[in-house]
Design a protein around this ligand. Sequence first.
Ligand code: BTN
Length: 266
Amino acid sequence: MSNLLKSSDLSTEKIKDKLKGSIGRNILFYERIGSTNTIAYAIAEETDEGTVVIANSQEKGKGRLGRVWISPPDKNIYMSIIIKPNLISEDVTLITLMAAVACTRALKRLTDLDIRIKWPNDLILNDRKFGGILTELKIHKKRVIFAVIGIGLNINVDINVFPQEIRDISTSILNETGKLYSRSEIIAEILDEIDYWYKVLKEDNRLKILSEWERLSCTLGREIKVIINRNTYFGLAESIDNQGMLMLRLSSGELMRISSGDVKVL
Ligand code: BTN
């Protein structure tokens, strides 16, 4: 792709022209916003599923575990997708795994890069993170009312503009390829993949999602460190169960089921 892409590489018209599925037919675009997830969450109940909120920059981009997601203008992808799956609260991790699979497949196709998923939803290139997913939910009586899938991807940013501590563990598609990519094209490709994998989720074909996630994972079969609420655990990432939870084999031989935590592959 061209080295001369300007911020016009992001436009709702271009995204809609390329879309084949129904996710993303309704797009709300903001030049600058606090967080696409916050807006999507606020409107989700009165809005059709498949609606997508996209921003060119975020001032309060949210990451997992209360972290900040650095969201400079004109370079990256910040989007939140509203869905209303018929799921019980125990199964919600499947939403995030499904989105990670969709993003990875779309980006691999467009860039030919060896993109991998670190449990549950970090997108990794050469051991560095370039993308993440933050799913926020409204649940009533143990059933999902709606889910907001927030996707942040470092695409055309030079990672050297990020603070040192982030730079050491992060990358971008630009840094890995030396090329600039059209954000509209990437977004359309991801939305179409999500359209497909969301149908798989709705048919409760979870094994298909889990086995594709396993195929793309860089976590399984590796020694890892997991931090959960200030406690640190070491062990072998043995498998994921049918709700997407990580099964960690501790050195004591005990199998630990992990629903959320910060994973480092050793
Ligand atoms: C992570 O920590 O790995 C998750 C990062 C998720 C960032 C995205 S950017 C679009 C959406 N809006 C937000 O405020 N966060 C998510």
